[in-house]
Design a protein around this ligand. Structure first.
Ligand SMILES: C[S@@+](CC[C@H](N)C(=O)[O-])C[C@H]1O[C@@H](n2cnc3c(N)ncnc32)[C@H](O)[C@@H]1O
Length: 253
């Protein structure tokens, strides 16, 4: 789990309105009878998991996230009986006989560097014929935000911190994702990109918590504030963030 970072779960819970809005259509594409067991792959603070649970009055959710802070926040959000597990999705191993009927995931897959490993682990977790509905950052996602962040770093004399930086996001395209999913044993695969511009309610807190966490990890505590100020100066007080989402629907063959 070396590449997995922790999150500020309380801040994420507060500012993640855009992710909740994105999740609605992803949930709608997962046809459920209400009695299934569904994996929420990358449950975060549990805000979206709660919406999934509302569709499963006789069913259950196995919610998985790598971040200890997110797992703790999701347990608080969903209550003591909730099945929330801390694990790296690329190494997920459910117990024998525990295969799920469906997989849901929102705003998570782009944080995993190895999609072949991820899809192999998810295929093993899903029963034959089970469906998956996913949305994550896709090719070109927040490219303008990231360009502005690098320019802002230069503006405040922190550009050297990002020289040769191997960026941590995996914003995949639809064709390569379809091929990877088929190779992992999925059928009826459909992947497509969707532009989804976002203007967050609290832009500075949103950027700090959601988009720029990996940037901030590269800076000292006393450098972070001036970097965020410089990003805000570049993007403006009411920025339009250039989200591009990769939608995925598939069935386990
Ligand atoms: C933007 S949040 C999305 C959370 C939630 N699905 C939502 O829509 O609000 C991304 C989540 O992916 C989780 N994540 C990142 N890499 C992961 C990995 N390798 N395994 C499991 N979870 C991971 C993070 O900890 C974080 O909670």
């Amino acid at each position: 789990m070396g590449l997995v970072r922790d999150w500020n779960a309380d801040a994420y819970h507060r500012v993640s309105g855009p992710q909740v809005a994105m999740a609605a259509a992803v949930l709608d594409r997962l046809e459920l009878h209400g009695d299934e067991t569904v994996l929420d792959a990358g449950c975060g603070s549990g805000r979206v998991t709660r919406l999934l649970l509302e569709r499963l009055p006789q069913g259950r959710v196995i919610a998985v996230d790598a971040s200890p802070d997110m797992v703790a926040r999701a347990r608080e959000e969903l209550g003591g009986d909730a099945d929330v597990r801390q694990a790296d999705l690329a190494q997920l191993r459910l117990a024998p006989g525990e295969q799920v009927d469906a997989i849901f995931s929102n705003a998570t897959f782009h944080w995993l560097p190895d999609h072949d490993a991820l899809f192999a682990a998810l295929a093993a977790a899903l029963r034959a014929g089970g469906r998956m509905s996913v949305q994550c950052g896709g090719e070109g996602n927040v490219a303008g935000v990231h360009a502005a962040a690098l320019q802002a770093a230069a503006d405040c004399a922190l550009g050297d911190r990002f020289a040769g930086w191997p960026r941590p996001w995996n914003f995949a395209g639809p064709e390569q994702t379809e091929a990877r999913l088929r190779a992992a044993g999925f059928a009826d695969v459909r992947c497509w990109l969707q532009a989804w511009p976002v203007t967050p309610d609290e832009p500075r807190a949103y950027l700090e918590t959601v988009c720029l966490g990996p940037h901030l990890e590269r800076l000292a505590d006393d450098e972070r504030g001036r970097f965020l100020d410089a990003v805000m100066a570049r993007l403006g007080e009411r920025p339009l963030l250039d989200y591009v989402r990769l939608n995925v629907v598939a069935r386990r063959g």
